[in-house]
Write a protein of this length. Structure first.
Length: 285
């Protein structure tokens, strides 16, 4: 009987190892292909020069890089505070009732809605109803709407991971509910909140479908100087180069653009890891 259990355990762990190995190999092959085929076009000119519409080899992708950074900063400033605040309100203030459970289910379902649906939502609400036109602001608000369910869900799970005894001990010592949340709950759940926020932002920065409908364009003469300007973004630039551009080197430049986008997302993730490590070290001190 014991031998049968051991055999089953070995079989299950073998499948798990195979799945992990297959996933790792697939990731390495994809990233390796992108870097091998696109790395030679990535130089200082590619990163610092403006896009040349007619001959992409004589320019770079500066407008697309700046537009992507603007998108990331704007989405961060709107989605992260709103998402974390919503999670705190849902987890700490609203009682566990049927209505609150329905709200949580709705939020989790929204996290799985296709991005093109958010693009249509942004087009109808921000571009047409609020008359913000196809602009950087409309794109930021659209991506913030798409990112919110991810941040709320991840933040709420982090809040739930804080033992309830911590709250009871703080309140027993005379702390108010907000003091308990501010001094006890948030510091313990902040690493998970940061991780969830970065995952949501990383997904948003890699999306093409929503920004096509609300303000992204393939070519702009200048960098955006206002939130009401149209803008370029790396995902859309990559999409056009890979599928619609007629230049014979368009595919290589698309892969070079992909490398820059991967690097930006990697830097975001690395920053989140450093911040998370700092807060965990501070908490354990």
């Amino acid at each position: 009987m014991k031998n049968n259990r051991l055999i089953k355990e070995k079989i299950i762990f073998s499948f798990i190892r195979m799945a992990a190995f297959f996933s790792a190999i697939t990731l390495v092959l994809i990233i390796g292909y992108v870097f091998v085929r696109g790395f030679r076009v990535v130089d200082w000119q590619f990163l610092s020069q403006e896009v040349q519409q007619r001959d992409i080899t004589k320019g770079g992708i500066l407008q697309a890089i700046v537009g992507t950074i603007y998108l990331g900063i704007g989405t961060f400033l709107i989605a992260v505070p709103a998402g974390i605040s919503s999670a705190i309100f849902l987890n700490e203030y609203i009682p566990d009732t049927r209505i609150s459970r329905v709200i949580r289910i709705a939020i989790r379902n929204l996290a799985g809605v296709p991005s093109i649906v958010y693009g249509l939502f942004g087009l109808a609400v921000f571009v047409q109803f609020f008359n913000l036109r196809t602009s950087l602001l409309s794109a930021i608000l659209t991506l913030s709407s798409m990112t919110l369910p991810w941040i709320i869900t991840a933040s709420e799970e982090s809040l739930k991971a804080v033992p309830f005894e911590f709250r009871e001990a703080a309140i027993a010592m005379g702390a108010t509910k907000w003091q308990t949340i501010k001094k006890i709950v948030i510091p313990h759940s902040l690493p998970g909140m940061i991780t969830g926020s970065v995952l949501g932002l990383s997904r948003a920065l890699g999306e093409t479908a929503p920004i096509i409908l609300v303000g992204a364009t393939f070519y702009c003469h200048n960098l955006p100087t206002s939130v009401f300007d149209k803008f370029m973004a790396l995902p859309y630039h990559l999409f056009i180069l890979a599928t619609q551009h007629a230049h014979p080197q368009a595919h290589e430049y698309a892969l070079g653009t992909a490398i820059v986008l991967i690097a930006i997302i990697y830097l975001m993730s690395l920053t989140a890891i450093i911040i998370r490590y700092h807060f965990r070290k501070k908490k354990n001190a």
